[in-house]
Design a protein around this ligand. Sequence first.
Ligand SMILES: [Fe+2]
Length: 609
Amino acid sequence: MESVQPYILGISAFYHDSAACLLRGGEIVAAAQEERFTRRKGDASFPRNSVDFCLGRAGLRADELDYIGFYDKPLLKFERILESYLGVAPRGLRSFLMAGPLWIKEKLFMDRQLRGELDFEGDIFYAEHHESHAASAFFPSPFREAAILTMDGVGEWATTAIGRGSGNDLELLQELHWPDSVGLLYSAFTYYLGFKINFGEYKVMGLAPYGEPRFVQTILDELIDLKEDGSFKLNQRYFSYLTGLTMTNGAFDRLFGGPPRKPETLLTQRDMDLARSVQEVCEEIMLRMARTAHRATGLPDLCMAGGVALNCVGNGRILREGPFERIWIQPAAGDAGGALGVAQLVWQRHLKGARPNGGRDAMKGSYLGPDYSPAEIREYLDSVGAVYERMEPDALVRRTAGLLAEQKVIGWFVGRMEFGPRALGARSILGDPRDSRMQSEMNLKIKFRESFRPFAPSVLRERVQDYFELDVASPYMLLVSPVRDELRHELTEEQDELWGMNRLNVRRSEISAVTHVDYSARVQTVEREINPEYYDLLAAFEERTGCAVLVNTSFNVRGEPIVCTPEDAYRCFMRTGIDHLVLWPFLLSKADQPEWTEEGDWREQVPLD
Ligand SMILES: [Fe+2]
């Protein structure tokens, strides 16, 4: 018999970033990405652990689920792959043979596989990939009606979709199809710049402000035929993702004057100029698409998802320069969020369920993952002989604020883990943003990653306008906006003439560690109602220092997924230069801990990202 509030499990798997999400009626009970449990970044295998976590959260067995939703249509995707390869055979044969058996095994028999994995006899729904993205963008948003824009690399055929959401339904009005994809254009440059596709896109975005946009015209003249409405055609002469195992080809190399950069080699000014150029083209496409979505729907609000919606510089420009009054972006904008989207489609569209959020954001701050009781944390800490102090909330917050003010770096582990790629103050590493050395120090000693990678600020919601040119909430750290003029430091003539990375060490503002070289910042606003412990810490830091901002970076080292358990957190704390660890309600100091030993060099086990 069907329960009054049906349990719906959404799954995304076998492509990029597997995840599961459980709804009870329209309420999001739990959601998590598989990589956090298996510790394999971007794990695309069946999300066994995520499913178990979601079911466990509700005390359910899989046979007690009412519905399962899968985030894309494997047959459609297979058709696209097959047609793409057949269309270009025999050149495509090599990669077809490599990809083929995998597709056949894992995607064509999805239904059987899902039932087998889950011992589930009920109805399984399949949504189209961009419908899942669109649903993840619209249904949890605070809007009753909104335009929807989804952009990614590719799902089945669609690479971009414009839609309209209203009440408990949504429709896609226009689509752009493979192989014309802004996600793939960006990934091609990610590849060409020597970074890993699907992971290194952030690096391109972070690198862009160091460069000049001197290749924009070349990109527009040669690579992409961009129309006024944002639609475009990619000139396939320069790309090889249809036919080969790489993204770009010899023609691409000749156009930009050389082969792809070898990973881990020195970044040159030209690399930075390329990053800046593709970023500008991407922003232009995003802006034009947003205007088209506005014209197509006539609605004042916009919802976004898909991997391209993680381009927070582009999002910031849509907010500032675009036609919409408000925008809302799904924090798990990539394929993990598809699990949440398809579950919502089952509830809203199929079951005609109510949208329970009633004009409010239904994501619960994206704190949808596992949490751990003090007893569980203590048990782990005792098992490794860790030295810790249990503290009352007020005292813990005040002590931590004091340590931050002394330039200590803090591992901060509180409550339920975030769903989506950003750490939002549940699994974060925190620092003092006023210290200009903090950026390179945290990059090199704690994250073991490139020194140019920018850090992002968290700020008290009510103080955001005092620091940034932003007057709306940005709870998911998906909007980039300028640091206010009066906080900026005037550059000396000498500093102004510095090129590329040399600009990194210049003190650019009062909150230098989170001010990018172009005076921008990727802002997270924090509200007490949504994350009280983190809010109180920011408030205590402000009380002590007058500064309502902290550096917030994800709790992990380079190449590793964000920490999930107390064990992951303690290990990361001990491996790195983090000075103190808060495993709420416990405080640990590095100096007090027993010596940390593990077999081999762990850094060799973590793949470079
Ligand atoms: Fe996608």
